[in-house]
Design a protein around this ligand. Structure first.
Ligand SMILES: *Cc1c(COP(=O)(O)O)cnc(C)c1O
Length: 429
């Protein structure tokens, strides 16, 4: 289907909503209200909304716990000992992997540390890490503390790629050139898949291939990529990745993270790793024997038994992803965000160009989110649209992040947002 010729009218937005094959999914989520009216929620990049079926999925496990007690580990509809396996099918589709390459566990920052234990193995000559500047703070702290842990100086060991003067984002060529330039001293390339601040989607395939050419391990933090853009981690040859489930994956605040470990490392049992009983060979886990024997695949990085109630909420959302289909979601996402870009462009044309979209204009270089650098009004502008029932977020010094989510946002949401923004800007004339 060719993309629609966008129009800046409410009736166009309504017509798009009528034609939207995914429109019924909005009803599957709770939309928060303010002053008795549903908000325009454009913050799914920070916390995805709650699928209505979450309570039911958790309820099944609460009932099993109530009626079976400890026997729920091996009995009930979904024995808890194997609960995480339920999520493997959906996770493998979401990140483009085989099921043995993914597992849900822990939280994102924890998992990145665990993966770096295995994949950041510096030597006196090759110890540096290449990453993007302005990475999410947790990722910065993780790299900084890992580097120190190995006895290196973060100021020397961490190479942060900066956008060229006057630009907000990196070009793929610049990233590849940085890998070429530093190849002999790099122990790791580790970046976001989609950058949380700029909304830029990096060309993970090209980055992974260039790093692989020099045999440099490459890992991605997919917090803003999973459930947002198509991924093919296995085919791209990415070594490892991790993500969280509460942003585009709609699984609830602080809920379980997931990891990817490429098959080529799945049986590398000599890789250093921090072990726990849940990563031990499942067939003899309960023999409580001495001597850690990791499971093959990503499961060999597990430490602890599953947080079943969290995983149940996660599953409620993953099942919706499988039902709606990733291709359908991606198509709608591109249309929604394209519509937002169109309306902002119109807004700039009819007024002074005060809203600078720093996210790349090419849909292949972004996901749902657009980051708006505001040259007028600043934080007061953000507060004003918040008062008008918009939920999005503010990032210093001057950025409003807006993320239309194909599951629950409508074209009308986007139309209303642009309308409210334009009215709010008038206050600062
Ligand atoms: C959201 C986010 C995190 C959050 O980490 P938690 O361990 O889940 O608290 C980390 N890194 C990036 C890039 C993020 O976007």
């Amino acid at each position: 289907m060719p993309f629609p010729e966008y129009q800046r009218t409410e009736s166009f937005a309504e017509r798009m909503d009528k034609l939207d094959p995914l429109r019924r999914y909005r009803e599957f989520f709770f939309i928060p209200e303010r002053n008795g009216r549903p908000v325009i929620y454009l913050c799914g990049n920070s916390l995805g909304l709650q699928p209505r079926q979450v309570a039911e999925y958790i309820g099944v496990e609460l009932d099993a716990w109530a009626s079976l007690g400890v026997d729920g580990h091996f009995g009930g509809a979904h024995p808890w000992v194997y609960y995480r396996k339920r999520s493997k099918e959906a996770l493998s589709v979401l990140v483009g992997a085989d099921e043995d390459e993914v597992v849900a566990m822990n939280q994102l920052s924890t998992n990145l540390h665990l993966l770096l234990v295995s994949f950041y193995r510096p030597s006196s000559k090759k110890y540096r890490i290449l990453t993007e500047s302005g990475a999410f703070p947790s990722d910065q702290y993780i790299l900084e503390s890992q580097v120190k842990y190995h006895g290196f100086d973060p100021a020397d060991a961490i190479i942060e790629m900066e956008p060229a003067a006057g630009r907000h984002t990196l070009k793929t060529e610049e990233i590849l050139e940085a890998i070429d330039r530093h190849a002999s001293e790099l122990a790791l390339v580790m970046m976001a898949g989609v950058q949380y601040y700029t909304g830029q989607r990096f060309d993970m395939e090209k980055i992974a291939q260039r790093a692989a050419y020099y045999r440099i391990p490459v890992g991605f933090d997919l917090a803003h990529a999973v459930g947002n853009v198509p991924l093919a981690l296995h085919d791209w040859g990415v070594d490892f990745a991790a993500w969280c489930s509460y942003k585009y994956l709609n699984s609830g605040p602080g809920n379980v993270s997931g990891i990817f470990v490429h098959q080529k490392h799945g049986k590398a049992f000599d890789l250093p790793r921090f072990a726990g009983w849940w990563g031990h060979d499942e067939s003899e886990r309960f023999l409580m024997k001495k001597g850690f024997k990791p499971m093959g695949g990503a499961d060999g990085w597990l430490l602890a038994n599953d947080n079943v109630l969290g995983l149940a909420a996660h599953q409620a959302s993953l099942d919706l992803f499988m039902e709606a289909g990733l291709e359908n979601l991606t198509l709608k996402s591109e249309q929604l965000t394209g519509y937002l870009a169109f309306l902002l462009n119109q807004l700039n044309e009819r007024n002074k160009p005060v809203i600078e979209v720093i996210t790349p204009g090419n849909p292949r270089e972004r996901g749902a989110q657009l980051s708006l650098f505001v040259h007028k009004g600043g934080k007061a502008l953000f507060d004003r649209i918040t008062n008008e029932g918009i939920v999005c977020d503010w990032r210093n010094p001057n950025v409003i992040r807006v993320a239309p989510v194909p599951f629950y946002n409508s074209f009308k949401d986007i139309y209303k947002f642009a309308h409210v923004l334009e009215n709010a800007l008038r206050a600062f004339d």
